[in-house]
Design a protein around this ligand. Structure first.
Ligand code: ZN
Length: 83
């Protein structure tokens, strides 16, 4: 159940076994693969790894465009149409 949530969370804090609490985490790039990147999440309290996340190239693009998007109402991003 929690594993499923873990798949697409946006980490700001995660439960740490050592600290016995939800702790703010630091994201560290662990591994770069041709089609994805693996991030390690380190507890800021005890610096132990509390989780990992894989970001595929597609997800990264989506995250980038989501971050660029303003929360206020705006025109949809321009679409590139090739004929
Ligand atoms: Zn901790």
């Amino acid at each position: 159940m929690s594993q499923q949530q873990f798949e697409n969370f946006t980490a700001s804090s995660l439960y740490c076994d050592k600290c016995k609490a939800a702790m703010p985490v630091r994201e560290r790039l662990l591994l770069i693969l041709p089609d994805k990147e693996v991030y390690d999440y380190l507890c800021t309290g005890c610096a132990s790894s509390v989780g990992q996340r894989e970001v595929t190239a597609g997800e990264k693009l989506m995250a980038k465009s989501a971050a660029a998007r303003r929360p206020r109402r705006a025109a949809p991003p321009p679409q590139r149409i090739r004929l």
